[in-house]
Structures are given as structure tokens and as C-alpha cells.
Design a protein around this ligand. Structure first.
Ligand code: SAM
Length: 193
């Protein structure tokens, strides 16, 4: 898949629902606020890549909290990409790309990659291939950040060392499968040598 034009059940400024699944909801905003607060204490990235624009909540916080010189954002859905283009028009240094992050040419390496896509395919993840691509995007010196929900162990990304910066509770988040979650963490993943 290079890019796609999906029909959402709901597409508002607060919710993206596709085939009954919550792709993104504003209930994640307090978590993202806490997350980028913690991340900003550890990294000061000049070049950020964000994978998946969604409602633009993290994009807005990355601009406010991290103030990168360059903020590249890649989005696969054409309707959401139109929102991203509008967002990019309001900030200097925001560059919008349409397509699948796995195949769009991106100007790696980045100091920070914020990885928050949503799987529309239902196919099992190829974790090793994805982690390999992500490693190329962060180069030797960069870091990867991804949302972590729940109080379980962080996901294993082959070739990365994951550091849990902090665990905390947040107001209820609507999860993709319709459940709710009040536990989250800020994690950063560093490429292993
Ligand atoms: C969970 S939402 C991102 C939420 C976003 N961080 C926010 O704050 O609103 C996931 C986004 O990733 C996009 N996406 C899914 N698969 C993708 C892919 N392979 N490449 C690029 N974007 C993708 C979706 O269309 C959706 O906009």
C-alpha cells in the first residue's frame, strides 16, 4: 500500500473511527502532554520525523514542547493528509509527506522518530523488518519514541534498547478495541550498536 483514501465511520477534530475501531481520540491528549513533557527533559531534537498524523495532537505538542528546526510528518490516508497540509501551513519547518512510511523516501537520519501509525491491514507485523527500517530512520545517534499504554513491559523492538522514562496514570484513554486504559508510560528506544 502506498497511500489510501479511507472512509471513516467518524472523522471529527476529536475522533477518528474506522470500521468500528478507534484510530485516534482526543482522550489521548493528556497522555501525550505528559509524554512530551518527559521526552523534552531528555532530548532536544533538531530533526524530528513523525509517523502518522491522526488528529495532529502529537504534532502540535512536538511543535510546542520540542520546537524542532525540521518536523517531517508522514501520513498514509489522503483525507488526513489534507489536514496535515493545513497544519504544515501554520508552522515553519513542518514538511508533509503522503504515503506509507515504509516506502516514502525520507531524509534520514532523524534525531527523534515519533512512531504512532495504525494498522489498517490486519496483517501480522513483521517486527524485525519494521525495526530495521526504524533503525535506518534514527541512524546511530537518534532515538525512537512510541506511545505505551498499560502497565505491562514495553514492546520489544529488535535492535533497540528501550528505556522507560516514567510510568504514570492518566485520565481514561479510549483504546482501539473499545476498552479503556488509565496507565501509560514515556519510553525512548535507542539503537543498539
Ligand atoms: C494513532 S493515529 C496517530 C495519532 C497522532 N499521533 C495524533 O496525535 O493525533 C495513526 C495515524 O497513522 C496513519 N497511518 C497508518 N498507517 C500508516 C503508514 N503505514 N504510514 C503512514 N501513516 C500511517 C493513520 O492514517 C493515522 O492518521
Amino acid at each position: 500500500m502506498t497511500n489510501t483514501s479511507l472512509t471513516f465511520d467518524v472523522k471529527t477534530a476529536d475522533r477518528l473511527i474506522w470500521q468500528g475501531q478507534v484510530v485516534m481520540s482526543r482522550s489521548e491528549a493528556p497522555y501525550f502532554w505528559e509524554l512530551f513533557d518527559r521526552v523534552a527533559q531528555v532530548v532536544r531534537p533538531a530533526r524530528v520525523l513523525e509517523i502518522g498524523f491522526g488528529l495532529g495532537i502529537s504534532a502540535d505538542l512536538i511543535q510546542r514542547r520540542l520546537q524542532p528546526a525540521e518536523h517531517h510528518i508522514v501520513e498514509i490516508d489522503t483525507g488526513i493528509y489534507a489536514d496535515l497540509v493545513r497544519f504544515a501551513g501554520n508552522y515553519r519547518g513542518v514538511l508533509a509527506y503522503l504515503g506509507d512510511w515504509r516506502s516514502v523516501p525520507l531524509a534520514a537520519p532523524f534525531d527523534l522518530v515519533f512512531y504512532d501509525p495504525f494498522d489498517y491491514t490486519g496483517e501480522p507485523d513483521d517486527a524485525v523488518r519494521e525495526a530495521g527500517l526504524l533503525r535506518r530512520l534514527v541512524g546511530k545517534e537518534g532515538a525512537l519514541c512510541h506511545p505505551h499504554f498499560g502497565n505491562g513491559p514495553p514492546r520489544v523492538l529488535p535492535g533497540f534498547r528501550t528505556v522507560v522514562l516514567e510510568r504514570f496514570t492518566v485520565p481514561e484513554i479510549d483504546m482501539a478495541d473499545g476498552t479503556n486504559c488509565r496507565h501509560a508510560a514515556a519510553v525512548l528506544c535507542y539503537p543498539e550498536n
